[in-house]
Design a protein around this ligand. Sequence first.
Ligand code: SF4
Length: 373
Amino acid sequence: MLFFKRIFVVGVLKNFMKPQALYIHIPFCSHKCLFCSFVIAIAQTHRIEDYLNRLEKEAKSHQGARLESVYIGGGTPSMLSFEQLKRLMTIIRTQYILSDDCELTMEANPEGIDEVKAAVIKSLGINRISLGVQSLDDRYLKFLGRKHDAARAVAAYNILRQTGFENINLDLMYAFPSQTREELKRDVRAIASLRSEHLSLYTLTIEPNSRFHASAMKLDDEETIAEGYLDVISILREYGIHQYEISNFSKKGFQSRHNQNYWLGGRYIGLGMGAHGFVGHRRYWNTSKLQDYLNQEEVIEGFEDLSEETLIMERVLFGLRMNEGIELQILPSSKKGIVEGFLKEGFLVLEGPRLKATNKGRLVLDELSARLI
Ligand code: SF4
């Protein structure tokens, strides 16, 4: 009754072979938050100039790419001075061709945003800010080892607005040990009341290289986390912020172009220490040691050439994270039985030609994905 035209799929994938997005990793941070497992460099700001020199060299290896989105993440990119940010943007604009409406996102931490810094970032053409708020509950900000409190986060947000930023993402974290359902609801309402265009949701996880890892902390059970997740979705909906991906919410028309490229299987260049890129059939990753990134001739530490089958399965798995789901026909026929089982059990639903995860399915999407692979 259902399925499957592979020829169509190959055609779809070919459209995505050229990189149309750029991720640049700026690893510098002033301290390490207790949950952090990102690739960062603490107390190394004296090496920012060397880092930018190395970035410029690396950027040349993909010279001329036409980009629809640029994402400057970290670390804390907003730590860079005006001159350093200007240099970074010059590298980007010199090496690549940016579309007229290119989405240019920069991550920032609340404590690093004042009127001057916000104006500098705006003057360089950055048109989207991702602000690492995490929570507006001081108790949990302290628990996470953040350097800002709730008042500082709100002040930073207001400064960005007054400076003219019209596209702001806020990060929201939840599932802190002992966080009650009421506390979470209060936090979500406080963040949603700021009326940002976009919101990214994270659950607290304890990663091996985080400081929390040593503390043997016990996290909430899956049922409590799932309950909180459904609360978040419904509260955000009240504020006109709708889910479009399992962890991402936005006002209409403000979905992250950069992230959508990842989820749709699009190609991207990754520059900087620990950055990942995906060009053609090759996914590569850079060294995550600052010393090696600065000094080695070759900064790519490893790569994997993905088969057509793997690319299709990734497209399926990422696609099911999105509300719009996937075209049913991209699924390989060998998965037909499993998918029909998921449909019967209510984890997936078929809407016209599109296969989507239900709320029930989203709560166990990792497990569904594992069975699909
Ligand atoms: S969470 Fe962000 S600000 Fe904190 S240490 Fe990690 S990268 Fe730096």
